[in-house]
Design a protein around this ligand. Structure first.
Ligand code: SF4
Ligand code: SF4
Length: 469
């Protein structure tokens, strides 16, 4: 018998106790130092097991049943492989992130998409005909895989610029789901400018359960970061739109920060807390803007990663707004340790529900039946790869291009976590964001490691558990 490599322990200050967590089983316990001592004794000499008294034996049983002690590291390694295989092949829930358009009505300077130059003239928009074919294809997948539940995520660009496609798909898929006696939910990731009660009312009957809206800091900062093409601010209108719909549907707030905006987030949180819809907000969570390897900056700033010098798609669709409060995609994208911890604590302090920073993955790229579908019907492994057609893994019309097949086999074999040694966080991290690995290292199987962020979040989780105990 050996201790699991996924055990994490945090001594609790001022107490004769330790927070124990196993990231594979998700067991979380506050235990006495004697229990930790027992764990260490068994680790040092498995023969100890034969000489335990009844009380120690019962404790040992608890540790085994919670996964803190395992038969052997080899057996645990095999279980981990199986876990990732099961996750990849899981058909109990199917999810489709549909990019209704790559056009956007904002002109954020950190985003390659949007109302810059003639981008919107050339950016793809899904036609109603393609929406019908996407729905046909999804129904064929339902009949092959028989999921219990289906999640439809509308994303872009700005998805609300293509309402006819959203309405058509939602209605059609809802009816086909009901015929198959499955469950369905819809979520939308939007900049919020075109969000109206009418849009919400139209989609609620088809399972609309959450809307994620991006606010990039307090009013002034957001207006600087996310203006319209003519430079007009968008904050007030978005807040008013949230106010008009928050009693109807769960709203999650996301935000993208960089070194120039991060300090404005506490003011944004204070502002949100004062609003009459504060207690209707489902989740509030922020993440850094991704940029291309920027030239080194003065000390104390956030080391941002990649949008290249030409403003070229780093990662396909708007990574900067990816991230769904309702659980899909990309809340695990790119974190920058100290600022992420700071904003998480500030968010919690004001009583908002946020990510705990430990349970961050594995993200949807590890699930074969979480599809991302571009405006032309191309399939992708995750929203982060949609800007590069070479990373399309297939097409809803079943065409068999060799390059798509090649990309699909790359994603099938994905496993950056295999290069993570005995890291405690593998089950909740899986080697980090593959888009980040691809962008930063040119190899999606190289870990994109933010272990310090997990460690900081673990401390916070431990203190919360201790306070609750
Ligand atoms: S690989 Fe990265 S961009 Fe893609 S779903 Fe995972 S965290 Fe998001
Ligand atoms: S990327 Fe880093 S934190 Fe994540 S599993 Fe690998 S070593 Fe651990």
């Amino acid at each position: 018998m050996q201790p699991s490599i996924f055990n994490a322990r945090v001594p609790l200050p001022g107490r004769d106790e330790v927070f124990l967590m196993n990231t594979f089983t998700d067991a979380q316990l506050v235990v006495s130092n004697e229990v930790v001592d027992l764990l260490d004794r068994v680790a040092a000499s498995p023969a100890t097991v034969g000489s335990l008294n009844a009380e120690e034996g019962a404790t040992l049983g608890e540790l085994v049943s919670n996964g803190f002690l395992v038969e052997s590291r080899e057996a645990e390694g095999r279980e981990l492989e199986q876990y990732f295989r099961r996750l990849r092949e899981d058909t109990s829930e199917m999810r489709a992130t549909v990019l209704t358009t790559l056009q956007c009505n904002f002109a954020c300077d950190y985003c390659f998409q949007g109302d810059h130059g003639d981008y919107n003239k050339v950016a793809q928009k899904m036609s109603l005909d393609t929406a019908v074919r996407v729905s046909d294809w999804l129904e064929s997948q339902f009949d092959v895989h028989h999921p219990k539940r289906f999640g439809l995520v509308f994303f872009g660009g700005e998805p609300l610029l293509n309402l006819p496609v959203m309405y058509a798909m939602a209605e059609r898929l809802w009816h086909s789901i009901k015929r198959r006696r499955m469950g369905m939910y819809i979520s939308i990731i939007t900049n919020g400018l075109l969000l109206t009660p009418e849009v919400v009312d139209r989609l609620l009957p088809y399972g609309l359960s959450g809307i994620k809206i991006t606010l990039d800091g307090d009013r002034d900062t957001h207006n600087r970061m996310r203006p319209l093409r003519g430079g007009q601010g968008t904050f007030d209108r978005i807040i008013e739109n949230i106010r008009r719909v928050a009693h109807k549907v769960s709203i999650a707030i996301g935000g993208n920060f960089d070194e120039s905006s991060v300090d404005s987030y506490p003011a944004l949180l204070d502002f949100l807390k004062e609003q009459d819809f504060a207690d209707r907000l489902g989740r509030v969570a922020f993440k850094p803007i991704i940029r291309d390897k920027a030239p080194p900056r003065a000390g104390g700033v956030i080391p941002l990663t990649a949008v290249n010098a030409q403003g070229k798609p780093l990662n396909g669709t708007c990574m900067t707004s990816a991230g769904a409060g309702t659980g899909s995609p990309c809340d695990s994208c790119h974190f920058v340790e100290d600022k992420m911890s700071f904003l998480r604590e500030e968010t919690k302090k004001r009583g908002f529900n946020t990510l705990d920073g430990v349970h961050m993955g594995p993200c949807q790229i590890h699930r074969q039946h979480a599809y991302t579908i571009g405006p032309d019907g191309s399939l992708y492994a995750c929203p982060g790869f949609t800007g590069d057609a070479a990373y399309s893994t297939g097409h809803i019309d079943g065409r068999r291009d060799p390059w798509r097949a090649q990309a699909a086999s790359k994603f099938d074999a994905l496993g950056a976590w295999r290069n993570c040694g005995d890291c405690t966080f593998i089950p909740v991290c899986a080697g980090g964001c593959s888009v980040a690995s691809h962008t930063e290292h040119g190899d999606m199987n190289k870990p994109a490691c933010h272990k310090a962020s997990f460690e900081a979040a673990l401390l916070s989780l431990a203190h919360e558990a201790a306070n609750a105990a």
